[in-house]
Design a protein around this ligand. Structure first.
Ligand code: GDP
Length: 479
């Protein structure tokens, strides 16, 4: 619902034609049922699949079949839905994702390399009661954006000077596995006089070396997350730009940087860092990361169990650090008008279909361990939080096997890497942090699955795991 015409007219006739645009927009935000949901996740955590599946199920929610725990839908109060994304300059490629999942053999959507947006309109019948005074029907507009997870990790850089950033990176590169993987690159830094005259090609060479180091750290066996600057890994339209010839100084930090030659590497890097923050990170933040009302934080816990303790610690630090970039707190009516804050956060462990149903509770618990610090900070701000294991798109089905006369819960599906059909017992998810020897013992080997074909017609509850509970928690009170 946009600002009612009558009220808009009143505002214009009231002798206050110069009301600041921001205030007018704030009024509009307050009056309309518009929700901006932040879908936050590191790279490969499952954002694109989540957004595709969420949108697809919600667009069918007027048929009320696939989301039994989403109360407004199961009560039959969603009376119509519409995808309004085509109005955006960068629409989310929903149809493309769905087509890939509906073809034979189906495939997962391509990983996100740029920013895209989706806006859904859900028309619903209000619950009997006071709200009906505002009319029997209303519309909720839901806005979501998808973006590469790598870019998200740049947001914390906005609060750091070049020197602070370098010191932070120095601490990270002091321990395993970064220290070993970066030994070569670090030794190059020993030889550099940062304050002496230097050419741009010197900086480019070192930046190129750093870029390939980041790529290596992102891939198995390391699977690290806290890799900055993120655009070095996913440059999009900045590919080839000198803004990306950037890396931290972690050895030989100059004692008197004020004596740096204007062409020195120190001056070049400091300038590149400031330009990167102001021209790349800040616009991304200001255009897309403010004014959220609700948030879902997607976490791939099983990846950390497969990859080991260093990956777990790194992901935990990355999540805690980047959540500081969002505004949390109590959302009073006035606050919602002028400076909305996130007042409800769902932490979701994705890909719950990689484990058997009896392990979902353990996955909830393990997620809780990972986001403990972030959750504690949010609770202090009176933010409602919850942990939930879910699967946006269920790729496996339950099976039973007999071993030594005992029934064993198994999963059946197709391997993502080979397409081969397998039935396996994926193992248990620990509810406490594994001991050092367990991390290193190859105890956890959760397999990635290819998607099962999605029907072209109506969806059913079996196409996801607990997606409806996530929707009910995040949006249910708004209907
Ligand atoms: P993004 O980088 O955060 O956008 O991650 P994507 O949404 O592209 O997901 C990355 C990969 O995770 C996909 O290619 C799938 O292999 C896997 N994945 C994501 N969601 C699910 C899910 O619900 N179930 C299963 N089995 N795999 C998933």
């Amino acid at each position: 619902m946009s600002i009612p015409k009558k009220l808009g007219g009143l505002i214009r006739q009231s002798g206050l034609p110069d009301w600041p645009e921001q205030f007018r927009m704030s009024m509009e935000r307050g009056l309309e049922q518009r929700v901006r949901l932040a879908v936050t996740g590191l790279s490969r955590s499952g954002k694109t699949v989540f957004i595709s599946s969420l949108a697809h199920h919600l667009l069918q929610s007027d048929q009320g079949r696939s989301l039994p725990f989403f109360v407004a839908a199961s009560e039959g109060r969603i009376i119509g839905t519409r995808d309004l994304s085509t109005a955006s300059a960068t629409p989310f490629p929903l149809q493309q994702s769905l087509t890939g999942l509906q073809t034979s053999p189906p495939h997962w959507p391509d990983s996100t390399e740029a920013l895209s947006e989706i806006r859904l309109a859900l028309r619903y019948r209000r619950k009997p009661g006071l709200g009906r005074a505002l009319g029997e029907h209303s519309t909720l507009y839901l806005d979501l954006i998808d973006y590469p997870g790598e870019w998200l990790l740049d947001l914390p850089m906005l609060t750091l000077s070049f020197e602070q950033w370098c010191k932070q990176q120095q601490a990270l590169f002091a321990s395993a596995p970064r220290a070993e993987a970066a030994a070569d690159w670090i030794s190059c830094q020993h030889e550099v006089d940062w304050l002496a005259p230097a050419s741009e090609s010197q900086r480019q060479r070192l930046a190129e070396h750093y870029r390939s180091l980041l790529q290596q750290l992102r891939e198995p066996p390391h699977n690290l997350s806290l890799l900055q600057p993120g655009r070095l890994l996913m440059p999009a339209e900045l590919a080839g730009s000198s803004l990306l010839d950037l890396f931290p100084i972690i050895r030989n930090w100059p004692e008197e940087p004020e004596n740096a030659d204007p062409s020195s590497l120190f001056t070049q890097l400091q300038q590149a860092y400031n330009e990167y923050c102001e021209q790349v990170v800040r616009p991304f933040y200001q255009n897309h990361f403010r004014h959220f009302d609700r948030q879902i934080v997607l976490v791939d816990c099983l990846k950390t169990l497969n990859s080991g303790e260093a990956c777990f610690n790194d992901m935990q630090l990355a999540l805690t650090t980047l959540l500081h970039s969002f505004q949390y707190g109590h959302n009073s009516l006035l606050r919602r008008l002028f400076r909305p804050r996130i007042n409800r956060v769902l932490f979701a462990a994705t890909k719950a279909d990689h484990v058997t149903a009896n392990q979902h509770h353990n996955l909830d618990q393990f997620l809780r361990l990972m986001i403990e610090t972030a959750q504690r900070e949010m609770r202090f701000e009176q933010v409602d939080t919850r942990c939930l294991a879910l699967s946006s798109l269920r790729a496996t089905e339950a099976a039973q096997a007999r071993l030594d006369g005992q029934h064993l819960s198994c999963l059946r599906g197709h391997r993502k890497d080979t397409g081969e059909e397998i039935a396996l017992f994926p193992g248990e998810v620990p509810i406490e942090l594994p001991r050092a020897e367990d991390w290193n013992s190859d105890r956890f080997r959760f397999v990635d699955f290819a998607p099962r074909p999605l029907p072209v017609g109506p969806l059913k509850p079996e196409h996801h795991i607990r997606l409806d509970q996530a929707i009910e928690y995040l949006l249910g009170d708004l209907f």
